[in-house]
Design a protein around this ligand. Sequence first.
Ligand code: NAD
Length: 305
Amino acid sequence: MVTGGAGFIGANLCRELTSRPSIGKVVALDDLSTGAAVNLAGTNAELVEGSILDRDLLDDVVAGADAVVHLAARPSVPRSLADPLASHEVNATGTMRVLEACRRRHTHLVAASSSSVYGSVSDLPKHEGLPTRPLSPYAASKVATESYVLAHQSAFGLPALVFRFFNVYGPLQPAGHAYAAVVPSFVDAALRGEPLTVFGDGHQTRDFTYVGTVVRVLADAVLRRVTYANPVNLAFGTRVSVLELAHHLAKTLELAIEIRHEAPRRGDVRDSQADDSALRSLFTGLAAVPLEQGLSETVRWFRSL
Ligand code: NAD
């Protein structure tokens, strides 16, 4: 069962899971607040429309599941600055509800945290032993997510694994709304011949991970029932500035692109780069899709819309 299964990462994961012969059935539980049923078209996943905050519904869906991947959340830093309590309710309280449903059945759980938990910690690369210093309500709610999951693991023996996603990008990630992530915003603007909006000087860095790589790791984690006592970074240590990203995109599209700078955004971290040693020790032989290839796939998807 995938919470948030109709969202960007969730629907890509449902597609990956339904392609694995050893997995019988995949259920996506999603309230469609930012996800969409159409994202699941062409997969054999079953969509259950509803909220993780609905205890009875959640219990019913978890009762039929061998494993749960918990991706449902109110994502995005700016969204959490606009409405901190709503982020808390879904990301922290919602996670507690998922945990309690899993605890009742001792169901293996894989949950999504975020690199934003490192916040103002400036050390690079970010390794999981660093402290967490959230810069936004979203980041704080993800600290709560991972703390609750790991506490259920140690207090109740719940088999669980928490990943810290960095900047995931790829097909199904939407553009054209106020909270859109940088890759889809850039691709969408470039294909429309509009300038790319860069917040701040553009030298802030991110560790971009192609969604196809992320969902392969998630599927392996589920199938092997991987557990771990600490959060695990799910990114590969490739550090790219926002301006470099724009140049990579210009090369992919073979277009000249124009950049428009706006004021830096509150709550955004300056630099990001994952230490991937814990990930590589748990998942041997991993090969990440390189940025150039991932951007080409993303552009191909945008052009198909
Ligand atoms: P997304 O918005 O596409 O997916 C979230 C999904 O959760 C959506 O389909 C939404 O409708 C659903 N949802 C929200 N509230 C719900 C509720 N109460 N009950 C049921 N479903 C609900 O975002 P995404 O990028 O696919 O993010 C998936 C997860 O990964 C989130 O937990 C997010 O915080 C985390 N994450 C994503 C990134 C990234 O770069 N995309 C980075 C770090 C962490």
